[in-house]
Ligand binder design. Sequence first.
Ligand code: FAD
Length: 511
Amino acid sequence: MIACLGRIVHDNDAESKLDDDVSTVSKSLELQGIIESGDVSGSASKDFGGLYSITPLFLIKPSGAEDISRVVKFASRTSNLTVAARGNGHSINGQAMAGGGLVIDMRSTEENHLEFLTINGSPYIDVSGGALWEDVLTQCVSRFGLAPRSWTDYLSLTVGGTLSNAGVSGQAFRYGPQTSNVTELEVVTGKGEITVCSETLNSELFFGVLGGLGQFGIITRARVKLQPAPDMVRWIRVVYSEFEEFTRDAEFLVSQKEGESFDYVEGFVFPNRDDPFDGWPSVPLDPVHEFNPGHIPQTAGSVLYCLELAFHYRNSDHPSTVDTVVSRLLGRLGFVEWLKSQVDVSYTEFLLRVKRAEEQAKANGCWDSPHPWLNLFVSKSDIVSFDQTVFKTMLKDGVGGPMLIYPLLRSRWDNRSSVVLPEGEIFYIVALLRFVPKGRSAEKLVAQNQEIVNWCTKEGLDFKLYLPHYQSIEDWKRHFGNQWSRFVDRKASFDPMAILAPGQNIFRRDP
Ligand code: FAD
């Protein structure tokens, strides 16, 4: 596809270097960092999904943007080498892999940037593309009492990795995704140029890279907006038996002004049964108060719904003030009386909550098993139909892990970025976070994901895949819809030889 856009260069010198040993290549590239042949540690050919294993030619641990630029330029002088930035490898479908190509381990650059700035009175932090969000959190809170505004649920993800997708959690209804919360990037383009970009400087590159699936450049630095960090969080779960009531309350909460709603709004669906892993017992936050199924209405169906909410406060706030505000907010909701659970935790404990789930999953072996996850954005106009067919019927027995569903507002997303969304102001993120028991195959679950996507397509639902994965160019064209030509134009401008992020399987570098 891209061959018609790009120029294919044959450089005998660069080709012949590939036959040399690693140290010769390293010297000729004048890298400050390290280069390893193949995948010695095994990490570059694996990802969290565990569904694909693709070995690179070299794994490079760069010291910074200069090294990355050299590697991309080196690849451009060969006839076929590609380059994949690898964040923390938490993709599902091999998106950070490069078969026979060069994988750049962005984690080796994590300490290159960490600078606090105040611009027009507002606080920002400059961080490396390879930094983990959990480290950004710790630094910001412990040193300055500040924090980024928009998060993902799990923070062992890199800044560059989530910005290449969107980065969504329960704060996104208010602040937009993480891509709406950065004001400047330093990027190494597919031509090997190191370019600083923002809304006003090289703006096409800036918006292209945000949600750009790694296609236009490698993010080496990001400037992230900050706000004062709260000390504490009241973390609450309330249960619904009726989907219409659950969505009505969720949509109400995300549509309220700041100060008149919670600070975090998410939700999930769970099987209406006594399964310790994903049924009633998995809902309470406070281990002392068990879930009492006697309160579930007789009319409840195969699945129940849980709104997950958080309210930020400071240590100096009087407990009764927090109680009053939270009671007032909860008083406007129609959840099942008595099916409520809450705990007070520190702000960082709240944001690092999935880390604890990771530790448990590692202990029982299912963290390292395959994860055939499926993430979708579904328009509000189709969400009832989605619930009827997918949650209540196809997935009534659960997916062996969380089934997230919560509303987001389109107006908080910048339509100049490369992310594509359903139409309409309110849409839902649906995340089927499947865990496969140790030793079991993921094949049937991958097939069920495909069945769900096929059903959405056949019924004409207004939906988009989040963290998309497609096999054919026709599917990618359908995914981008009327944004496809913009995506192709950006590729031609910033990575005309289709060197970057081959694992996304969008453009192919022809030999
Ligand atoms: P990788 O998987 O290493 O890379 C992803 C893609 O980005 C690849 O194509 C890669 O080449 C490219 N890339 C990586 N680094 C850079 C860079 N610096 N510049 C340009 N391109 C780059 N997502 C959410 O939005 N919200 C969530 O709550 C959420 N929770 C998650 C929980 C878990 C347990 C997991 C495994 C994933 C979750 N995700 C979530 C998805 C996650 O945001 C994406 O999988 C993200 O791509 C992973 O980041 P990573 O740093 O591991 O990137």
